[in-house]
Design a protein around this ligand. Sequence first.
Ligand code: B12
Ligand code: SF4
Ligand code: SF4
Length: 318
Amino acid sequence: MSDLSIAPDVLKTWLKSRALELGFDDIGFADASKTTPHGKAFLHYMEEGRHGPLDYMERTQDVRADIQNFLPGARSVIMLVKNYFRGHHEDSATQPAEQGAKVARYAWGKDYHNWFKKRLRKLRIEFLQKAGANADARVFCDTSPVLERSWAAAAGLGFIGKSNLFIHRRYGTWTFLGGMVCNQAFAPDKPAPTSLCGSCTACLDACPTGALIGPRQLDARKCLTTWNVERPWLQDADAFDGHGWAVGCDICQEVCPWNKFENLTNEPHFDPLPGHQFLTTQTVPSDANALIGTPLLRPGRHGLLKIVERTRIKIETR
Ligand code: B12
Ligand code: SF4
Ligand code: SF4
């Protein structure tokens, strides 16, 4: 436990304002000392094999299911949210829709991992300087084995929709998540109600592959994002109709009524890069280095070519 040189409520107030100064859109605090929210639901998901080919989920299962394995002695999880919404494909200034298969909005701009890491590292260093000598903290964004959506809901920032997406009270579904776990006890924020979906089932009805097998139950073996971002090079991916999506898929978000509150992000890092809203065999960069620093590096040049060929969208060069 941290031997604090500053009162927890003062430090909490400082963390809140510093996070906003650094560019985050919201921050919330959850208690990490008891159970990891939805740890059991996660283990059930793994038992059913719903993670499919995502083998990193198996390797990190025990850490994801219990935050104490991520940071022994964890007392608080501080969750941070960034809105990345930059409009709709139909509104693309650089590429008309008929120019190819769609790229999901999270991948239009520069890589969000870099944006988060830079700010999270800064926040952690400043936090450790202010907290006592025994303070410990570890940051995470996407790639670390932390159940980010569940922690975001536990920290009172929003709720998990039937789509399995975390829905922020102001920004809807278009948010990236990350945060910091520490051995300092902060007063937790009040969790939001379990669900604010009501009788809506729009996302379940709209998913083109049936990947949403029930409310808050996603089968990654059927989700387009598994096959066009995470594992495009596997033979199993060939069985999948791309449904017009080259990278990721936004269908379960496009139909969500909570996105009527969508606001354009103020962050230029997420401005659409030329050619990153739609892809064709002609627009996939011939130099793989052009993908560095963007989310398109994950599927990679060969993965992208395989996907756009698979979507069978043959577009003439502009
Ligand atoms: C693996 C992964 C994927 C996989 C599998 C997702 C899955 N659900 O299994 C694939 C590749 C399919 C994927 C797709 C997408 N992903 Co993804 N993904 C992840 C990753 C790395 C791990 C998620 C995980 O642990 N999955 C296991 C399942 C069981 O957990 P879960 O999805 O969080 O589901 C929770 C809830 O269902 C809850 N729960 C279960 N039962 C119940 C019951 C009740 C009553 C309640 C309230 C809750 C509840 O518990 C679960 C565990 O926390 C996270 C980053 C991270 N470290 O968390 C990003 C992350 C979840 N992905 C993200 C994004 C943006 C996407 C896509 C939108 C990308 C796109 N446009 O194509 C899609 C969305 C698909 C969807 N409808 O969820 C964001 C989500 C942001 C948000 N606002 O929700 C994250 C948080 C990355 C980030 N740091 O921003 N993803
Ligand atoms: S991202 Fe697309 S394929 Fe995956 S669950 Fe949502 S609608 Fe279905
Ligand atoms: S589309 Fe409807 S059911 Fe799905 S997450 Fe949004 S509000 Fe909930």
